[in-house]
Design a protein around this ligand. Sequence first.
Ligand code: KIV
Ligand code: NA
Length: 266
Amino acid sequence: GRRVTVRDLARAKRAGERWPMLTAYDAMVASVFDDAGIPVLLVGDSAGNNHLGYENTVPVTMDQLVMLTGSVVRGTKRALIVADLPFGSYQESPEQALRNGVRFLKEAGAGAVKLEGGRRSVPQVEALVAAGVPVMAHLGLTPQSVHAFGGYRVQGRDAESAEQLIADAKAMQAAGAFAVVLECVPEELAARVTDLLDIPTVGIGAGAGTDAQVLVWTDMAGMTTGHTPKFVKRYVDLRGALGDAAKAFAGDVVGGAYPAPEHAFH
Ligand code: KIV
Ligand code: NA
């Protein structure tokens, strides 16, 4: 079989079919999601918080995400792999965006890239798309701007910021983006943007009206500790299960129950 492409996602929008997206940061977890039939995997810069141990996404580098993206690509056969352009890797110029976007396709084997921002990112999106790099845009709560926002909060609540978001979404579509992530925006606004656009919207904390839904895998699998946002649904307590496994192993080793005779070579 072949990989999912941006054309398949355009077709899904026309057919009114909803689709799921998850983040992945390594080959083994990515292979689980690929086998489960998740059509699109995002090597998000949320790797900063969820894989690399940083406080937020700001310190994440191109080299780190190129390595993680290569791992996710190697672990999968079918999913479209989208790689996040990290903070500082595209804001300077369309040339910088193109240089780094090309790295994800050439060095890591990704099928598309994602970047944050609307009208301010139009030249970057145009340069990438013109060169053959499919671009997913990310609007609403854009975590790379955490210092400018002064924290993480719902975006587009008042009429003016809602109109700004709509203008940003239209600008991203006009610039050639193949999809738009809407993070932490009111359900009614996300549904309106979804209606207005011909390209798919991917919601996270944006209600049920978007064309697709994305979650950070460590959130939906119950690996993340601390505050969980309201929009997260936990599908498994993987932290609990893995912790129990580690405790059972430790108990067996200390108590002498592992290894048993069947685990030994003679
Ligand atoms: O980095 C990430 O995980 C993301 C998703 C939340 C959309 O950008
Ligand atoms: Na991200």
